[in-house]
Design a protein around this ligand. Structure first.
Ligand code: SF4
Ligand code: SF4
Length: 368
């Protein structure tokens, strides 16, 4: 017997702009959706569940995470019920529900999110003010003469452990929810599905490419690869500095990677900001404040990462040090909040697709 939450729809409505009461269940949206399948069909089924308050049914299915909000269902809805916006709102709701201690609620409420962002930024600035060196190298740009490697090293470890803890616990909460009532697959199936998901869902995001508008797919890939590239460039830069104390030609590699990745990230985040500001189509006509913060932080992370590498390249010490400090504050805000904000879709979606893929392979094997 499914539990009914009578407040479910009103709570989801706080997370998005849709009007599913107008829906007369014609099914156009599901028929047009390029990602809906017979077994896991949406968005109409999600509309019915939402109307009935079947919260557990929604949270225990992978359908939410199969949707990339291309907006094709919304465009074809004869009642302007905006099913695409409902799917997006359900994902925001799911991120809040999966979060440990409901911490994500803080970032989805206007007032508390402003206080949280200010608090995080002030904490990061205080750390930098306390640990920065008053005598940085002014002859040759060296960010580690401004903020010490030891501080970055230990702060990075603490941050990594905290983020990993929340991410893993929340993924377990989600996995338990999705696995409810499903029969287990073997280790070989899980392993094969893992590699399929990693390549197709994470690295090339093949499903997103099934949406009609390819520009959004390419920008989404740019966000992923740009951010990942900057992350790797940072690790490489500090790793090389840590291992090689003398001048080395190897030090150029992270700078080149940082500049290219920064530009790629700027393109991806810039595209999504542009869509939200200037193109009011079915995908971008409504953005929750949590979307705005996430896209702006991504954009600023790319901009400051790119500028830092340029200032280092042309050897401008003070612009480089100030940009470095701003970059660290932005990246801190982005990473420390990642398990509780829109950023969390980067872990929830691959897990849901992985589990879906494993159950589908297992189901086919059982039938054979
Ligand atoms: S197309 Fe519109 S009216 Fe038809 S089922 Fe979907 S949301 Fe409801
Ligand atoms: S927004 Fe796109 S992917 Fe999502 S349900 Fe609608 S048609 Fe399908």
């Amino acid at each position: 017997m499914e539990r009914v939450n009578p407040d479910f729809l009103s709570k989801v409505k706080e997370m998005g702009a849709f009007d599913i009461n107008a829906c007369y269940s014609c099914g156009n949206c599901t028929a047009i959706c390029p990602l809906s399948t017979e077994e896991y069909s949406f968005p109409r089924r999600m509309i019915r569940y939402s109307m009935l308050g079947l919260e557990d049914k929604i949270l225990s299915g992978p359908e939410l995470w199969q949707c990339y909000y291309c907006g094709e269902c919304t465009d074809t809805c004869p009642r302007e019920a905006d099913p695409g916006a409902l799917m997006m709102a359900l994902r925001r709701y799911a991120i809040r529900q999966y979060s440990l201690g409901k911490i994500a609620d803080i970032f989805y409420n206007g007032t508390s999110s402003v206080i949280a962002w200010i608090f995080l930024s002030v904490a990061a600035i205080a750390g930098l003010v306390y640990f920065h060196s008053p005598t940085p190298n002014l002859q040759r740009v060296d960010p580690l003469s401004f903020i010490t490697l030891d501080f970055l090293h230990y702060a990075g470890i603490v941050l990594g452990v905290v983020i990993a803890f929340f991410a893993i616990v929340q993924l377990v909460i989600m996995a338990k929810s999705i696995s409810r009532g499903k029969t287990g697959a073997g280790a070989d199936v899980w392993l094969k599905s893992f590699w399929d998901t990693l390549i197709n869902e994470v690295f090339i995001q093949k499903n997103f490419d099934q949406c009609e508008d390819r520009t959004r797919y390419i920008a989404h890939l740019a966000l992923f690869w740009g951010f990942s590239g900057l992350f790797v460039a940072t690790i490489m830069a500090f790793g090389i500095d840590f291992l090689i104390s003398v001048e080395s030609s190897l030090k150029i590699i992270p700078h080149i990677l940082g500049i290219i990745s920064g530009l790629v990230l700027l393109y991806g985040a810039g595209y999504y900001l542009y869509r939200r500001y200037f193109i009011k189509d079915s995908y971008s006509k409504y953005s929750h404040q949590s979307d705005w913060v996430f896209v702006w932080l991504m954009f600023l992370a790319g901009l400051t990462g790119f500028l830092l590498d340029v200032f280092m390249w042309v050897n401008l010490p003070w612009p480089a040090y100030i940009t470095f400090a701003v970059h660290l504050v932005i990246v801190f805000d982005l990473l420390v909040s990642a398990p509780f904000t829109k950023f969390a879709h980067a872990i929830y979606r691959p897990l849901a697709i992985w589990m879906l893929s494993a159950y589908q392979v297992h189901g086919k094997e059982a039938q054979a």
